[in-house]
Design a protein around this ligand. Structure first.
Ligand SMILES: [Zn+2]
Length: 288
């Protein structure tokens, strides 16, 4: 993937270099704040309960590190991918006479304050619908390289496009409807099932973005790139993550979908390029 050929111009907020916590820090860790974050933020593939554990300890204020600024490669990369998703979704929304409000991506390290609460690097990438921002600690890319499917630039792009997919759901009012259904759910399994549908749709939306990049000669997307994204989708399936952490798989507690489901829905979006194919809510749950 030749991402450097893609034009930049995304909304990027660079909070790297010790800007994570406001002085005094709001006391939201672990209690209500953590709970709210777990409920309303949408996570990439990491168990939201990590959030509560992750922010209880007030972090040591870090010295302001070297300000990386807009010239470093990570910034450039993220900026181009976000700008690319902006173009994709602006076009899709235009086709149905809607206006797409572009999200902001916040780059951070260690800790970050979002409208959904505080989060740490351990949280993994997430989207907060209250401020319409995607939060990304770029050390997550290194985590992907080491143990989540092997990484690669198109795999990183898939992570960003998945979070942007949650923004699209927010823009379309889907997230709100799902939240209502989740609140009305009688069992935890039922509640989780809505979460899985939402996550798989975000994967499919990421695929829709991938399809639009595939059509751009400049991006030069290869089979290896597609394999990277598939490997990531497989590595962050709930069944795979559970097997690694607990040694067994409990489908009722799935919140993101299985490896197979995540790969399938990403590919559905990628092959069709049509967001209407991403209806993960009409199918019976066992046919997702
Ligand atoms: Zn997600």
């Amino acid at each position: 993937m030749d991402w450097k050929n893609l034009p930049g111009g995304g909304n990027i907020e660079d909070r790297r270099g010790g800007g994570g916590l406001p002085g005094g820090g709001l006391a939201v860790g672990g209690g209500i704040g953590g709970l709210i974050l777990a409920l309303i933020a949408y996570f990439f593939g990491v168990d939201p309960s990590i959030v509560t554990g992750g922010v209880q300890q007030p972090p040591v204020q870090t010295q302001s590190q070297t300000q990386t600024g807009q010239s470093d490669e990570t910034y450039q990369f993220v900026d181009r991918i976000v700008a690319s998703t902006d173009r994709t979704w602006t076009q899709v929304f235009q086709q149905s006479n809607r206006q797409y409000t572009k999200p902001t991506l916040v780059l951070f390290d260690q800790y970050v304050q979002s409208a959904c609460g505080q989060a740490s690097s351990a949280t993994g990438p997430f989207y907060c619908p209250l401020d319409s921002k995607v939060y990304l600690d770029t050390s997550f890319f290194a985590t992907m390289d080491r143990r989540l499917g092997g990484g690669g630039d198109f795999a990183y792009s898939y992570v960003i496009a998945h979070e942007v997919g949650h923004h699209v759901q927010n823009e379309l009012g889907i997230a709100e409807q799902v939240e209502r259904k989740q609140r009305a759910a009688r069992t935890e399994a039922e509640q989780n099932s809505y979460g899985v549908r939402l996550e798989l749709q975000a994967d499919c939306f990421a695929g829709v973005w991938g399809n639009s990049v595939k059509g751009t000669d400049a991006a030069n997307l290869t089979q290896d790139d597609i394999r990277e994204a598939i490997n990531t989708a497989a590595a962050i399936g709930d069944d795979t993550l559970q097997r690694q952490s607990q040694g067994q798989v409990m489908p009722d507690s799935f919140t993101h979908g299985s490896s197979q489901q995540r790969m399938n829905w990403f590919m559905k979006g990628f092959q069709t390029g049509n967001p209407n194919q991403c209806d993960t809510f009409s199918l019976p749950y066992n046919q997702l």
